[in-house]
Write a protein that binds this ligand. Sequence first.
Ligand code: LLP
Length: 388
Amino acid sequence: MGNTIKGQFPVSKFKNIETPFYYYDAELLRNTLTTIKEESGKYGYKVHYAIKANANHDVLALISSYGLGADCVSGNEVKAAIEAGFKPSDIVFAGVGKTDKEINFALDNDIFCFNVESVPELEVINDLATIKGKTAKVALRINPNIDAHTHQKITTGLNENKFGFSMNDIKFAADFIAKASNLELIGVHFHIGSQITDFSAYEDLCVRINELQDEFESQGITLKNINIGGGLGINYEHPNHFPMADFEGYFRLFSKNLKLREGQTLHCEPGRSVVAQCGSLITKVTYVKQGTNKKFVIVDAGMTDLIRPALYDAYHRIENITSDEQEETYDVVGPICESSDVFQKEVSLNETKRGDLLALRSAGAYGEIMASRYNLRDLPVGYLSDKI
Ligand code: LLP
């Protein structure tokens, strides 16, 4: 794959920043958020940004300034969301293993809704809410048994996995809530997987939700909120041509296929599609090493800074942003003592030498937030373009 078209980077400003670091293009993030607001606004849908994709404070503050809600999966995420300006009344809280401490924190802050994943969890939320004299609003996370046609490690909607209630257990859970003293059932929640680019999976989800709504109604239950989770995919191969996910098509699909009832609100929880394309991991070339049959570019970022290639065989486009020389073929690898610390094999880069800067693209989601200190390395810092 040629490297002729590259992203735009303020390389001169990078000279004084210690590498590796994450760079977030604030303009692209703003454009993305404007599009999300416009497209979801057409139908009155409510968007909760999935904090797990990127919890950099400046990124969160920018997102919250557009009036999005937040989707959290830990007490610390709820805290980070509130600190970054998200309104507690717009926060949903999911996760199979919410601890008492996390539930109490969320109750104290009067969040919008707990997305509940099991009956034991319902019991605990009810008990803790009772102690506080509060009513906890809950939605049942339902496992709709839909194949999202995505990577095995990030698919979540098939029947036997740890997430949510299976279709068979919903009635029992709804009855439990009806009898519980301090719970209010306000909706249902789904999430079928991540990096979904085949929209037929979302069509299947709509069919399943429509069936379920009929079933609930036949039992006299009307749900105020339908939450379809996250998962909208982005284009990792061509971030310069497709800097934004297909929000227009995504929201239109639901408006066409989902039979929402009077007064019902549709919620969604995009993470990757909000932040992935605005972020790049910027790394400096430490050595270019001539092997027997290939050339290795050894960079100062490793799997500790961006684990997706090592963990999921994920592809991130790599560009040499300081060289315009003839292209050559290299393996781009990190410094970590693990053979899986390879960003990409046989990548075409403009001729690369020690000191050059490479950008690993589409790294704004599940990049900085998944960094670790393995090998006692420093955590990478993330900078919004406005602030450098
Ligand atoms: N809602 C729920 C309940 C989720 O589990 C997730 C992601 C999202 C929303 C946001 O999904 P998104 O729009 O970002 O696809 N670390 C993996 C991705 C794991 C996603 C887990 N759940 C990766 O790097 O690809």
